[in-house]
Design a protein around this ligand. Structure first.
Ligand code: AMP
Length: 315
């Protein structure tokens, strides 16, 4: 399938690279790496990376605006479902390629490269570049490392395998990137965010079944002087708490009049529950958007019941 993707890329003059809404480092870095690798391999092609940016990830790389995408090829990175593609619809393109590590949800109608055992879409693209004539340089290797390190939560998740370390080591030998510089781009944050983390640890509710959750209202977001996206992204900092097997943040997004639910697990699979509430994601990292706190609490109830069953089974 890697070569099929390379041949399709070769065929098209204009290529648009998209990813999911609610940008995160793997989505952004996978699309920027694809754009740069195609530009480097085929300098005559017009290649654009599109989608809504985020202040938080501005220092990682810049996105493009496109006016004319008639007859273009669409590559969608890190997105399993049609409704979450940011700024593009496969039906408006000549052909669509999906490159993704989420469990399958919707077909985009073209080539579907799905490897849901991989840490990240960036890890898949590392292999794609290694196994095809697509070119790479230090900038592209750095994008790929940042996306992989971020989505594996710095190699903490179980999706990290010997193959992951091997391919990362190969890229490091070849492109000799500086980890400290990359971690500064990914993880440097203002004190206000750390203070909000303190608020979350002090106020997280924990059920007897091991569900930890917190509602972060707009008032709290304002009090701590952070933005809603940064508050929602703190979920990964609450892993490895003995009493908590599944944890969630319910973050108010006043501008968009919704609540973003982010869920993580070290025990039962959670993606089916997220899907049942109009969300989705991976077995151990999922999310949903709901209209009210009450809707979010329904998800918490389902998660708590799932934990109860899970705890009985492992006893
Ligand atoms: P997050 O907690 O926002 O980092 O999301 C964790 C995972 O769940 C990611 O793989 C997202 O793609 C997925 N996800 C988050 N929100 C939604 C949603 N509303 N619908 C489907 N999948 C989602």
């Amino acid at each position: 399938m890697y070569n099929e993707i390379y041949e399709k890329i070769k065929e098209y003059e204009t290529i648009v690279v998209a990813r999911h809404i609610g940008v995160d480092p793997d989505a952004l870095c996978s699309q920027l790496a694809m754009r740069e690798s195609i530009r480097l391999t085929f300098p005559e092609k017009k290649v654009y990376a599109i989608g809504t940016g985020s202040q938080k990830f501005l220092q990682i790389g810049k996105l493009d605006k496109i006016e004319n995408f008639a007859d273009a090829l669409l590559i969608v990175c890190d997105t399993p479902d049609l409704k979450r593609i940011d700024g593009a619809k496969p039906e408006n393109y000549k052909f669509t390629i999906k490159i993704d590590h989420h469990p399958f949800i919707d077909s985009f109608g073209g080539i579907e490269l799905i490897e849901d055992d991989k840490t990240s879409t960036c890890e898949i693209i590392m292999k794609l570049i290694e196994d095809t004539p697509l070119k790479c340089n230090k900038e592209i290797a750095e994008y790929l490392y940042m996306g992989l390190a971020s989505d594996s939560n710095r190699f903490l998740f179980n999706s990290t395998t010997a193959k992951t370390f091997k391919i990362v080591a190969d890229y490091m030998y070849k492109y000799n990137f500086n980890l400290e510089e990359l971690y500064n781009k990914l993880y440097l944050r203002p004190l206000s965010e750390v203070r909000l983390e303190g608020y979350i640890s002090l106020n997280m509710k924990v059920t007897e079944n091991g569900l930890g959750y917190i509602v972060i209202t707009d008032d709290i977001i304002k009090e701590y002087g952070v933005d809603s996206a940064s508050a929602g992204n703190m979920i990964n900092d609450f892993n490895y708490i003995k009493e908590v097997l599944v944890w969630a943040t319910i973050t108010e997004d006043k501008k968009n009049k919704l609540y973003r639910v982010s869920i993580r697990s070290r025990g039962p699979k959670i993606n089916k529950i997220a899907e049942a509430h109009n969300g989705g994601g991976h077995s151990m990292a999922s999310g949903a958007r709901v209209q009210t706190v009450a809707d979010a609490l329904f998800i918490m109830k389902d998660l708590d019941e799932e934990l109860k069953k899970y705890n009985k089974e492992v006893e």
